[in-house]
Design a protein around this ligand. Structure first.
Ligand code: SF4
Length: 443
């Protein structure tokens, strides 16, 4: 008998938030509000202290949206290449730069608006060699936008100490003074405190939701998760995002209890690793429809914006358990300093995607443990030329997994450049891989 499936009740709520997010940024200046741009990993609770009418535009999700709309993406990529950008730079960044250079802004439904809305300031972090440079050059293209980047490259969370946290906290304290200067606004610590608490709740809730996908049948497939996880990257410090995740958590929990799955026939479970090829998400559909294969998650969707315990104290094993919120940890946030300390510590220690940059070993443990915990039959790895940071370690991880008895398939592509993906070849790779595992086509 097949598995019962049904659409997500909160689907439209997530969709609506995303539509409003890009529109709010666009229209902010009509009401005298503030808008800022920066990496999705920027400390987004920090600008929240400037007022309740502060609207961000995070670059990576914007780049992914642009890539999804292939025609727009092609024009953006070619525009920025004519200005001299190399094709091996970050795919998201090239889409973003191209969009600015064309002076065209994209809404979540693909509608194009002219001109590209210039931010009041750029505020970002720096962990891969792209982040700060991304916004320095964007600022130049926009005719001069004040830009501030926070260096977070202090090493993995299990080796974190007070000195390293302090290094980041001091940069955030300076950033607040800088924001007051560039916006002319007085900073409100109460808003910061609320935003820091919301950030932790959003990130931890998303980890709890991901954990529920360890069940069989899986209540979610990864293509749907792409629409859910992104809230942790758009504006996780927003109370509305916390509410969305609370609603989703209840719904996924209820799906598990009632045995509602993502596919009518779950014949095969796999996980993935890197950002997907956004213009070719049909790879997931192909696997579902032809093989009853469900992607139950990835290092990317689980690790980018969620908070996990991560490596144990000895740096030996990875633990996929949700990190504690300030309340659960018994930590009281009562002023600017304690708020900045928490957000710095929380992100440096528990943000999964800030850990594996420092060693192949971490990425190996993280991936191996995900395959085991989510009961996956295999991993399908995207050798993604669009992101130098996330593609680091990929082949070492592949070897490690194979040596430890895990079935692995790899395909080449680019998360955000449609010219670097061979659809027919990828489907061939999938078919050969499934054949080698003895998985029959459904029809
Ligand atoms: S190269 Fe990767 S990690 Fe760096 S900014 Fe681009 S997407 Fe992010």
């Amino acid at each position: 008998m097949g598995v019962r499936v049904r659409p997500f009740e909160c689907w439209d709520d997530f969709k609506r938030y995303r539509m409003e997010y890009y529109r709010n940024y666009l229209e902010a200046k009509e009401n005298g509000s503030i808008r800022w741009a920066g990496s999705a990993w920027a400390f987004d609770p920090v600008p929240a202290g400037l007022g309740e009418d502060v609207y961000p535009l995070t670059g990576e999700p914007y780049g992914a949206t642009a890539a999804f709309f292939r025609d727009f993406s092609m024009r953006a990529l070619e525009t920025i290449e004519r200005k001299g950008a190399a094709r091996d730079l970050c795919g998201y960044m090239r889409n973003y730069w191209g969009s600015v250079a064309m002076d065209r802004y994209l809404l979540a439904d693909g509608a194009e608006i002219e001109p590209f809305p210039k931010p009041d300031f750029n505020f970002t972090i720096h962990i891969c060699c792209t982040h700060a440079k991304w916004y320095h050059y964007a600022a130049e293209l926009e005719g001069g936008v004040p830009t501030y980047a926070v260096d977070i490259s202090v090493g993995p969370g299990y080796l974190l100490n007070d000195k390293k946290i302090e290094y980041v906290v001091r940069q955030l304290e300076d950033a607040i003074q800088w924001m007051e200067k560039v916006t002319g606004r007085e900073y409100d610590d109460e808003l910061l405190i609320r935003a820091v608490e919301n950030e932790a709740r959003s990130m931890t809730l998303w980890s709890k939701i991901c954990k529920l996908n360890q069940n069989t049948p899986a209540p979610m497939e990864e293509k749907s998760m792409f629409s859910f996880y992104v809230m942790t990257l758009l504006r996780r410090s927003d109370e509305k995002v916390v509410k969305l995740y609370e609603k989703l958590y209840k719904e996924v929990e209820s799906r598990v209890k009632r045995g509602i799955g993502a596919l009518t026939q779950e014949q095969f479970r796999f996980v993935t690793d890197n950002p997907p090829p956004w213009p070719f998400l049909k790879v997931y559909r192909y696997l579902e429809e032809n093989y009853g294969a469900v992607s139950v998650g990835s290092i990317y969707t689980f690790g980018l914006g969620a908070a996990w315990l991560g490596m144990d104290e000895k740096g030996e094993n990875w633990i996929w358990e949700p990190a504690p919120t300030p309340e659960e940890a018994g930590y009281e946030i009562h002023d600017r300093r304690s708020a900045l300390w928490w957000t710095a510590m929380f992100n440096l220690k528990y943000r999964a995607s800030w850990q594996h940059e420092y060693s192949h070993w971490i990425r190996k443990q993280e991936t191996y443990q995900m395959v085991k915990d989510w009961k996956a039959d295999a991993i399908i790895m995207h050798l993604n030329r669009g992101c130098e940071l996330w593609n680091m370690s990929t082949l070492e991880v592949r070897d490690y997994l194979v040596r430890n008895g895990i079935s692995v398939a790899t395909y080449e592509g680019n998360m955000a450049d449609p010219r670097e993906f061979d659809e027919a070849r990828t489907f061939n790779v999938i078919d050969s891989f499934m054949q080698s595992l003895g998985i029959e086509k459904l029809t």
